[in-house]
Design a protein around this ligand. Structure first.
Ligand code: 13P
Length: 348
């Protein structure tokens, strides 16, 4: 059950002064590790899939695993598309079960970013799915995925942020105030006065990308200035890498399962540490209570096809499936078809 509405989840975090972790997962070990951390610390959690990682796994299969993990969990969960590159990506993500999407057009001009983000917002809101946009630019410096975020940091400005949120209609804004994706060189210099002004001007949950490498005090100051969602990946990937290297060293002949044996455990330790520092630990019950559940609606269409052949009926149904299946928000399993007399009559 506990897939919950993302807007409600982040409104709760924003209103109560804590942040929910949005952990990018790249394998089942990551899903299990993050969920174990959330369940141990009773924290609401966002499982994220970053589009830049899609070459490493099958998006559709990992979505199914994430959804199964969320549905059997006692803690509230959101399934989120991270750094979605296009409207098509957002449509696909929602169709596969994401109940939150990010559109990242932050590398474009302000006008292009606005147009691209607005298009995703219109589509996603029609499906009941909230949207995170990004303004300013959070680059990568080194470490995993750095090459995907080239170029210099561009700070979010208060003036642009206000107009952007109003015109694009985003529910959450990822801001650039000094963080970078990937491993940090030295200590990040975060512009807290800028963050404070953005928060005062917008009054909506803010997201921070590039959580790896920030210290506990920096996290607390981010959260006290409106950050309700923290994106985190590289530290989990590094912990996983270190665990595999340690196994390879202690058991040089180890096979695959022996090499990855500790991966989900080390991920869960690091994710739980974050949940405790960010204040989401212990919040699961109140979040579940305050948030609308996220559930899909099953829609059955019965055609009365008296007077046409079975073949004609099949063509008509196939056309209907094509039209309905193209509507954003309609999930994959459109069209379990049965042609014949109504089953209750056939049984007699
Ligand atoms: P880190 O890899 O620096 O933790 O950042 C993750 C991120 O922001 C994903 O969107």
């Amino acid at each position: 059950m506990p897939l919950v509405n993302m807007k409600d989840m982040l409104a709760h975090a924003y209103g109560h002064g804590y942040a929910v972790g949005a952990f990018d997962v790249v394998s089942l070990d990551f899903v299990e590790g993050v969920m174990a951390a959330a369940e141990r610390s009773r924290a609401p959690v966002i499982l994220s899939l970053a589009e830049s990682h899609f070459e490493h796994y099958d998006f559709e299969l990992l979505m199914s695993a994430m959804e199964a993990a969320a549905r059997r969990s006692p803690v509230p969960v959101v399934l989120h598309l991270d750094h979605g590159a296009s409207l098509e990506s957002a449509v696909r993500a929602i169709r596969l079960g994401c109940n939150g999407v990010m559109v990242d057009a932050s590398h474009m001009t302000l006008g292009e970013n606005l147009t691209a983000t607005r298009a995703v917002v219109e589509m996603a809101h029609a499906c009941g799915v909230p949207v995170e946009g990004e303004l300013g630019y959070v680059p990568g410096v080194e470490g995993e995925d750095a090459e995907r975020h080239p170029g210099p940091l561009a700070y979010t400005t208060v003036a642009e942020a206000k107009g952007f949120v109003e015109r694009a209609g985003v529910d959450f804004l990822a801001v650039s105030i000094g963080t970078v994706h990937g491993r940090l060189k030295g200590k990040a210099k975060l512009d807290f006065p800028r963050l404070r002004s953005i928060n005062q001007a917008l009054g909506i949950p803010l997201a921070i990308h590039g959580g790896t490498g920030l210290d506990d005090d920096q996290f607390r100051r981010l959260i006290s200035n409106g950050v309700a969602k923290i994106n985190y990946y590289t530290a989990l990937a590094d912990a996983a890498g270190a665990a595999i290297r340690a196994r390879a060293k202690s058991a040089p002949g180890a096979g695959y399962t022996a090499l990855v044996k500790d991966v989900s455990e080390v991920i869960s330790i690091e994710a739980e540490r974050c949940m405790r520092v960010w204040g989401s630990a212990g919040r699961a019950a109140e979040v579940t209570f305050h948030c609308r559940p996220w559930a899909s609606v099953e829609h059955m269409i019965i055609h009365n096809v008296v007077g046409i052949s079975e073949k004609e009926a099949a063509v008509m149904i196939a056309e209907g499936q094509q039209v309905l299946g193209a509507i954003p928000g309609v999930r994959e399993d459109v069209g379990k078809t049965y042609i014949g007399p109504p089953p209750w009559r056939a049984e007699r």
